[in-house]
Ligand binder design. Structure first.
Ligand SMILES: NC(=O)c1ccc[n+]([C@@H]2O[C@H](COP(=O)([O-])OP(=O)(O)OC[C@H]3O[C@@H](n4cnc5c(N)ncnc54)[C@H](O)[C@@H]3O)[C@@H](O)[C@H]2O)c1
Length: 370
């Protein structure tokens, strides 16, 4: 019999809302408790999901006896405190990326999760797109031989940095790689599983978004320990009228016997209308100044709503996490170790760009802080 799930969701904004609504569709979840520092946000989600418990007090939620699984979906800079508090319960956790925005804190969090033996997964949702799952299987099956070269190009609408950065004045670590490039970095590290980065050289520009306290783009070249070359590039400064509402990705993976060329830009389904199309990322009521009349359908990474339900990778990811914790099936979720590694690699790219020279890997959290 699947184990019954009493789920605590901490952070009831855009992503906490999606995950909590999906929880209500999963038969094994028979108790839902919500917490947000903004009580109105928690109450509004509580009403929509008929949650059993709603609070703005983390300790009150975590002391409820029903809780045996926790989702942390607070804002980027606010992950550490709820993770450490929930870790004391020793229950499975799903944590949104990045694990933390400070590398030393990230290590502290990882150590605590390990000490407590917690099965913690990180919300690297794009692993759950079918094309990436299938590509991974082809690579594991040896279809393209030994991978020698990977090229990654992530293009993002600047709505994401604008909506994200306006929520905090602690912006120094909210770079394109730490906040968003981490998704494509995770994906490619997962596709290249077994290879470890030995060095990275990166450069950044900040012409359009510098005044917001972030950068426009970071382009980097990783050399892996077996000599594999991986070019990891992101710009999150595309204009708000760009049809991609959030993310467009291209990944080319060349092996000794074959190649996998992945188009994930969503240019295959386009809507154009005299009526304005919705913004992609609308956290905390953000709306772009200009109307967007053309949209690549599918470019909102969690998925798309049809008939009142969300369809897409975040559904697959969340529902399969519920299956993982209630039945024990193995799933391809990113682990907390993956999350910590991803933070260090994204920050190593930023460090290399700052220093203007290559950074040797692996790197310790303390060196990144310096
Ligand atoms: N998995 C994905 O594909 C994906 C996509 C987008 C965002 N994210 C990540 O999800 C996280 C949340 O993003 P969002 O877009 O939902 O942000 P959001 O701002 O819409 O929601 C965050 C919520 O957390 C609440 N909060 C902040 N500190 C808190 C605390 N200490 N305790 C309780 N509540 C607190 C805020 O009041 C807010 O309601 C971020 O880390 C973001 O990077 C993941």
């Amino acid at each position: 019999m699947p184990e019954r799930i009493g789920l605590a969701v901490i952070g009831c904004g855009t992503i906490g809302r999606i995950r909590a609504q999906l929880a209500r569709e999963f038969p094994a979840v028979d108790w839902l408790g919500l917490c947000d520092v903004d009580l109105d946000t928690a109450k509004s989600l509580g009403e929509d999901t008929k949650a059993e418990f709603v609070t703005d007090d983390l300790d009150r939620l975590l002391s409820r006896p029903e809780v045996n699984a926790v989702i942390v979906a607070t804002a980027e800079n606010e992950h550490v405190e709820p993770i450490l508090a929930a870790a004391d319960l020793g229950v499975p956790m799903m944590i949104e990326k990045p694990l933390a925005t400070d590398p030393v804190e990230s290590k502290r969090v990882l150590d605590r999760l390990d000490e407590k033996g917690i099965d913690a997964v990180i919300g690297y949702t794009q692993r759950f797109r079918r094309r990436f799952l299938t590509a991974k299987q082809k690579i594991v099956d040896g279809v393209i031989g030994e991978v020698t070269t990977v090229v990654t190009r992530a293009f993002m609408n600047r709505m994401v940095p604008i909506a994200t950065l306006r929520k905090t004045d602690q912006r120094s670590n909210l770079t394109p790689m730490v906040v968003s490039g981490t998704h494509s970095l995770d994906l490619c590290m997962w596709l290249m599983e077994g290879k470890n980065p030995a060095e990275v050289y990166a450069r950044s520009v900040d012409v359009a978004l510098g005044e917001l306290g972030t950068k426009d783009a970071t382009l980097g070249l990783f050399t892996m320990d077996d000599g594999t070359l991986w070019s990891m590039n992101i710009s999150w400064a595309l204009p708000t009228v760009w049809p991609g509402s959030v993310y467009g990705l291209e990944v080319g993976i060349v092996g000794t016997k074959g190649v996998i060329d992945i188009e994930d830009t969503h240019r295959d389904t386009i809507v154009a209308s005299e009526l304005p199309q919705g913004a992609g990322y609308t956290s905390k009521g953000y709306a772009p100044a200009e109307a967007r009349h053309v949209d690549f359908i599918g470019s909102y990474p969690p998925g798309d709503v049809a008939g009142g339900l969300l369809w897409g990778p975040m559904r697959t990811e969340t529902i399969s996490w519920f299956s993982r914790i209630s039945t024990g099936i193995p799933t391809p979720h990113a682990t907390a170790h993956d999350g910590h590694r991803n933070l260090l690699l994204t920050m190593a790219m930023d460090l290399s760009a700052r220093r203007g020279r290559p950074v040797e890997l692996p790197i310790e959290p303390e060196e990144l802080v310096e």
